[in-house]
Design a protein around this ligand. Structure first.
Ligand SMILES: [Fe+2]
Length: 197
């Protein structure tokens, strides 16, 4: 009995989906977070803030914990081309650039030695990416104006970091900054979103 091409197509579609979900579980988490964000954004008191300004680019971060993950709302400011902090992440992560655009340098390397630089990517509004390997490095540099992005973090890897910076050493944002960022995200997620993946 022969195998129909529609069966083969179905098999490969399922196999591909399983591979993608195995490789990029954080992207799945990000999409789930996005479905819940409109409700989560209503609870203004449930969000914390920190002004991440120890190295360019400056990142105004509004964040909360949800379902074992950390959700970060970012307003990232432009900086000079040679300034961005190239860094690994201490946790797997997935990002959605909502507005603005940024240049991202990509690298790879163990420990805290300078990584091998793999290349550069320009990400525009409505771009998605994830960083699922502990030895992946990157830097971001917004082009022209501040970029807004959503970042979701998973369980920490216990990875050594080039700069060990405690969030408790950094200042919170002003209430006005927090309100502006929450309002931007509320407006972005108030409309209908096209289906992803
Ligand atoms: Fe990063």
């Amino acid at each position: 009995m022969g195998v129909r091409s529609s069966d083969l197509h179905k098999f490969f579609k399922i196999a591909y989906h399983q591979i993608i979900m195995t490789i990029t579980p954080m992207m799945d988490v990000l999409l789930t977070v996005e479905k819940n964000l409109p409700r989560l954004l209503e609870d203004e008191a449930g969000w914390n803030t920190v002004d991440v300004n120890y190295h360019p680019p400056r990142v105004e971060r509004v964040w909360c914990y949800w379902e074992g993950h950390r959700i970060n709302l970012h307003r990232i400011h432009p900086c000079e081309r040679d300034e961005p902090y190239v860094h690994p992440h201490p946790w797997p992560s997935a990002m959605h650039v909502l507005s603005g655009s940024y240049e991202m340098i990509r690298g790879f390397g163990q420990g805290i030695e300078d990584p091998i630089i793999l290349g550069s990517t320009i990400l525009g509004a409505d771009s998605y990416y994830s960083m699922e390997h502990r030895d992946e490095w990157h830097s971001v540099r917004p082009l022209e104006k501040a970029a807004y992005s959503l970042m979701v973090n998973g369980t920490p890897w216990d990875r050594e970091m080039p700069i060990e910076q405690s969030a408790s050493d950094l200042s919170p944002l002003t209430p006005e900054q927090k309100r502006e960022i929450l309002q931007f995200f509320r407006e972005f997620y108030s409309g209908s979103r096209p289906p992803r993946l």
